[in-house]
Design a protein around this ligand. Sequence first.
Ligand SMILES: [Zn+2]
Length: 171
Amino acid sequence: MEEPRGRYADEAAVLLREHNVTVRKWRKTNSGIAYNGCREIECPHPRDVTRLAVVAHEIGHHVLGHTETKWATVPRWKEELDAWMWSNQALLGIGIKPDYEQVTQSLRYCFRKAVKRGMLHIPEELRPYLSRTLIEWAEDEMQPKPYGVAKDDTVVWVLAHNHGEAKRLVG
Ligand SMILES: [Zn+2]
């Protein structure tokens, strides 16, 4: 593994070593992934706090057991939330203040994706990270919408994401 570079190289190296995680690929972007079935990650070099936080976040996925099975046992948003909490604690543990805005933005992105994929209620644990606008958008997305008229003239109502199922109903 190529050693971490940047302002927080030492901190990242310690975290990686402590938790038996190696970096398969150093990314140019401020994003990462944790591989399933092996303790490897992709992440950016820890040049600043937000990049170090991504390194810690991906290590967190391994430590929390998110990468041990092929199928998730908890929702994706929950894994993301837990990995961020782990990352925050890891940073605080070495005297570095996390960038809480980074955490909020990441969880909002994750929430938007979950809603588009058909999440049917807003998890209480996520609410503190969401804005009023985002909550209103999500509540609207979660409302059933008229899709079409069935052969017996009844209107078929479906959730926006569920058009495949609706086609079967009316067809
Ligand atoms: Zn993650």
